[in-house]
Each structure stands twice: as structure tokens, then as C-alpha cells.
Ligand binder design. Structure first.
Ligand SMILES: [Fe+2]
Length: 383
């Protein structure tokens, strides 16, 4: 019965075909010159062009910035800021996976605040970023509703959580499940397991509250039910719809209530290797759960039940252990690589990564208090 506060600043439009009303959404924000932030992979399948045509048909000017790559860097953000300023855009659209949305968030923040991207590492910007619409094409990061953007500083080997504040949330999250059909099965798997990690960590950490519990538990249920179907058959629209919804609910939960040791570790780990964020999270998740479940067996038992496990007659401890088995089985079913070494993490970096992880904001709210030796043991077990 704790006191709590909760907010979801982004206005959400959700459903099949919603992206076709993108011009209405730009008009809603009062925009007339849009910078469309995306990547070349999506350009190849024509998605940015379709959005651009819809905007031009509504007499809205558009420029496309297509330089986004996975794990967007400071340099990419700076290039986008230059393009946005040269064009004089008044509205941003981030179209793509979390990388495109995060890049657009960072560009919008830099334009209205100035300075260096690293100035906002862990710090809120003074001024509200440019008006922005996020259009996700994967069901994973939840960046369309979160209060932070993750930008990599390649020279310092760190992934920075930039801007921490509700005003970093996109003004509009335009969530159209039809746009996620183009995601290949391995991306669907990794991003879906990232969303599951968000939901499990937000549900079980000590900062959780009754609202985040409802969102996160429903998210776990949806991902447990639909991720296999979306991976097995990418044009299963029911699976795509509920995966995008599960991702949204997880994003809203962790935007408000943060995460746990998995993200504490993968945040610095992302600076040391180019492994997909979702894959490293998912590989670590069952190992972290093994460490964490004695900190709150009741909540991990709920995770097992939400994932469809039959826990009737089990004690909380037994059911909590079942949640680990359920996550491992889901990961195997969607072909997650079996260890961190398979995705480019090097054993010799683990100590440095775990030392850096100890100062992450998610350590203090983890369900079980970890020491650096615990994090190292978790990573080694996951190699
Ligand atoms: Fe994540």
C-alpha cells in the first residue's frame, strides 16, 4: 500500500493503419517542416518514402535523415542536428527501431538546449526538446514512451542514458502493428526479449507500484503468449498487434519505475561490444533471475504464472524457480544465442563492465542487493 506517482506524457495512437494518419498527427503538433529520422534498411523497403509522400500530400515539408545505425553514436546525433538546423525543421519523426527513435529524441533535445550530448548524460535538459512523433517498427525498446535516449560515445566506450526526464518522452507515439511486419525473425526475437526484460525488471524491482505492476504483468503475459508466434510467422497480425502492445506497456512501466541488474550490466557492456542490446539482455535475464528470485519470490511466482506456467500447488519459491525455466524455454524457442561469448562479449572485459555497472541507477532498486562479485559471477555464468 505504497504512495506513488506515475505519468505517461506521450499521447498514444495505437492500431493497424494508424501510421496512415501521420499528417494529422504532425498538424496536431502544429508542425510544417519535418525531419524524418530513419535508417537505410527501412529505406530499402520503402517505408520512409511512404511516410514522406503522405506528409507532402498534406503540404508538409519533409527532409529525410537516413544515417541512423544500431546503437546510435554522438557523431550521428551531431550530423542529424546539423541537417535539422540547415533545414529549419520544427518537428521530428523517429521512424524505425529504438535507434531511430533515440536519435530523433537526442536531435530534438540538442536543438533546443545546445552544448554536447554528454552534458545530458544522466541529466535532464533545461528546455523541452522539439515536438516529436515516434513511429516504432519493432516491438522492443519502448523508446516511443520512455524518458531517456541511449547514445553511444565510441571514444569513451560508453552507452550514455541521456536526458532523464519526462519531457524527453515523444509528444506522440504512433504505434501501428502493420509497420512491424517487416522486422525479420531474429530482430523480432531479440527486441521482443528486450521488452520482456523491461517488464520483468520493472515488475520485480523495489521501485515498482500498483500501476507499473498492472502494465508490466500484462506485458509479460502478452510476450509469453505472442513472441513465439511473431517469430514463427512474421505476418501473424494478432501476434504483431499484441507484441507491440506488450512492448508499449513494458516501456511505460520502466519509464516510470526503472529496471534492474540486467540493464545495469548491459548499459556499460554496450560500450565494449556491438552485440544487439536485446540479445545481451535476454542472455543475462535468466541468470539475473536466478540471483534475484530469493529477494521477492512472490513477484517472480507471478512472472511464472503470467508466462503461462502451471503453478497450482507450488510454493512461491517453487513457482519463482519456474519463472526462470519459462524464460529459458522461450529464449530457446526463438533461437536466442546460447551465451554472451557468441554475441561478441569478451571475458577480459567483464570486470571493467561490472565495475561500471555498480554505479548504474538500477543497482539500488534491484530486488536483491548485488556486489560487484555477484555481477561478475552472473556474467561469467552467461558466457
Ligand atoms: Fe532494454
Amino acid at each position: 500500500m505504497k504512495n506513488f506517482s506515475w505519468q505517461l506524457p506521450s499521447k498514444i495512437y495505437f492500431g493497424n493503419g494508424e501510421s496512415k494518419k501521420v499528417a494529422d498527427r504532425v498538424n496536431e503538433l502544429g508542425g510544417s517542416k519535418v525531419l524524418l529520422v530513419t535508417d537505410r534498411g527501412l529505406e530499402q523497403i520503402g517505408l520512409p518514402d511512404q511516410i514522406k509522400t503522405m506528409l507532402l500530400d498534406a503540404s508538409i515539408e519533409v527532409e529525410v535523415f537516413n544515417e541512423v545505425k544500431p546503437d546510435p553514436t554522438v557523431e550521428v546525433v551531431e550530423s542529424g542536428v546539423k541537417k535539422a538546423k540547415d533545414f529549419g525543421c520544427d518537428t521530428l519523426i523517429g521512424l524505425g527501431g529504438g535507434s531511430s527513435i533515440d536519435t530523433a529524441k537526442a536531435i530534438g533535445m540538442m536543438i533546443t538546449n545546445g552544448g554536447e550530448v554528454s552534458d545530458y548524460w544522466g541529466n535532464p535538459p533545461k528546455n523541452k526538446p522539439l515536438p516529436m512523433i515516434a513511429i516504432p517498427t519493432t516491438a522492443g525498446t519502448g523508446s516511443e514512451v520512455t524518458f531517456v535516449t541511449v547514445i553511444k560515445d565510441t571514444k569513451k566506450k560508453v552507452k550514455m542514458g541521456v536526458g532523464y526526464s519526462p519531457q524527453m518522452a515523444p509528444d506522440i507515439a504512433l504505434c501501428d502493428p502493420e509497420l512491424t511486419v517487416s522486422a525479420p525473425s531474429h530482430i523480432t526475437a531479440f527486441t521482443g526479449l528486450d521488452a520482456l526484460t523491461h517488464a520483468v525488471e520493472a515488475y520485480t524491482n523495489t521501485k515498482h507500484d500498483p500501476v507499473s505492476d498492472i502494465f508490466a504483468l500484462k506485458s509479460i503475459e502478452l510476450i509469453g503468449k505472442y513472441l513465439r508466434l511473431a517469430v514463427a510467422n512474421g505476418d501473424n497480425m494478432e501476434a504483431r498487434y499484441y507484441m507491440l502492445l506488450g512492448n508499449l506497456l513494458a516501456g511505460a512501466s520502466f519509464a516510470n519505475k526503472l529496471l534492474g541488474i540486467v540493464h545495469a550490466i548491459t548499459s556499460p557492456m554496450g560500450g565494449y561490444c556491438d552485440a544487439p542490446h536485446g540479445a545481451v539482455n535476454a542472455i543475462l535475464l535468466p541468470h539475473a533471475m536466478k540471483f534475484n528470485y530469493i529477494g521477492n519470490p512472490e513477484k517472480f511466482a507471478d512472472v511464472a504464472e503470467a508466462m503461462g506456467e502451471n503453478v497450482v500447488g507450488m510454493t512461491d519459491l517453487e513457482a519463482a524457480q519456474q519463472s526462470i525455466i519459462a524464460v529459458q524455454q522461450l529464449s530457446r524457442d526463438v533461437n536466442l544465442p546460447s551465451g554472451l561469448s557468441k554475441v561478441g562479449v569478451k571475458e577480459e572485459d567483464i570486470e571493467d563492465i561490472c565495475n561500471a555497472a555498480m554505479s548504474n541507477v538500477n543497482i539500488a532498486i534491484n530486488p536483491r542487493k548485488p556486489g560487484v562479485e555477484d555481477l561478475i559471477a552472473i556474467c561469467k555464468a552467461a558466457m
